[in-house]
Design a protein around this ligand. Structure first.
Ligand SMILES: [Zn+2]
Length: 332
């Protein structure tokens, strides 16, 4: 029996209970408050604390459904070992307006704001509140979504150069059961992007995986099924629940992929040339850009053999120089 309560936000969860509340709130100009929804499942036996987090980016709604199914339909606190903390809507301001970034004052990407600052700007404060939960967790599954077209979901592993943490994260990804992509690190800072929650948490000693599912503004049962299977598999691997790992139903590549982002150099409309999930050869054109005069201004080619993972151009096929167009993966 876990004797102590798990106290987070306005929740004080006793052993063997499911609790629903909020982590904290942002007050808007009219005085209304927008809360960060929080759910806690406190198992009866001592064990790890797993954080499930989704909708760090407002349009990426699939995680809300995955978390609903796991917490409402799958998990019984009376048989759970350890605890689950879930933040289904990490950025409620962005979620309400289906905005990738916080649609207030700082217009910032919450994923680039960790560990946050409780005295800082709106997004920094959201990040600071969430960080107070991350730092209480032993493992993190951060659920994101890629706009269509996306073939099938995949798990992102971002090694930080600490074997103990990196191995644990890779094992979580293997248990999740989807194709694993290993992001080239530590080049993320070199590319001008701040590290996301996954890296900041891992560097703080908390192994973290990020999953990219099909579920940008709409979600499919297939994607939700894959997410539920994946989360339950991780919990089985961590011995939080009993059972054998379940095989994912969709396309899963047997080898991990080292991923690379491809960016637009020119502005115009993107024409996609490859189906996500299809194999590609070095030199293949994965996308073309036509400028507004109708002129072909760029062929975006893959520098290596591999797979076209996704076209994460934020559902806007009108791109500018430096916009992220395609994610490719090379087998390693
Ligand atoms: Zn995202």
């Amino acid at each position: 029996m876990q004797k102590s309560f798990l106290e987070i936000g306005d929740i004080k969860a006793a052993s063997g209970t499911k609790c629903f509340g909020s982590l904290g709130a942002i007050e808007l100009a009219d005085g209304s408050t927008v809360k960060i929804p929080l759910m806690v499942v406190r198992g009866v036996k001592e064990g790890p604390t797993l954080l499930l987090i989704s909708a760090i980016h407002g349009p990426e709604i699939i995680g809300v459904e995955i978390i609903r199914r796991v917490l409402r339909e799958e998990i019984d606190p009376k048989t759970l070992t350890g605890s689950i903390i879930a933040l289904p809507v990490a950025n409620p301001l962005a979620f309400q307006q289906s905005s990738y970034v916080t649609p207030y004052y700082d217009f910032y990407d919450l994923n680039r704001a960790f560990p946050g600052d409780l005295q800082g700007t709106t997004t920094a404060r959201l990040a600071g509140l969430i960080w107070s939960v991350v730092s209480k967790s032993d493992y993190v599954i951060d659920i994101h979504a890629v706009p269509n077209p996306l073939g099938y979901g995949f798990t992102v592993v971002r090694p930080i150069g600490k074997v103990r943490i990196d191995d644990k994260a890779l094992n979580l990804a293997k248990a999740f059961g989807l194709t694993i992509t290993i992001s080239k690190q530590p080049r993320i800072e070199e590319s001008g992007r701040l590290p996301g929650l996954q890296i900041v948490a891992s560097r703080s000693g908390i192994p973290s995986i990020l999953v990219e599912m099909n579920g940008w503004r709409s979600w499919s049962k297939e994607a939700a099924d894959a997410g539920v299977i994946g989360v339950l598999n991780v919990m089985k691997y961590l011995k939080m629940i009993r059972g054998t790992l379940q095989k994912q139903q969709g396309v899963v590549l047997p080898r991990s992929l080292q991923t690379q982002m491809l960016f637009a150099n020119k502005g115009g409309l993107i024409h996609t040339e490859i189906s996500p999930g299809a194999s590609i050869k070095a030199g293949d054109v994965v996308a073309r850009i036509f400028n507004v005069y109708g002129e072909l201004v760029e062929n975006i080619k893959t520098p290596r053999d591999g797979y076209l993972c996704a076209y994460p151009y934020m559902e806007n096929q009108a791109v500018a120089t430096g916009d992220y167009v395609a994610l490719i993966g090379e087998e390693i």
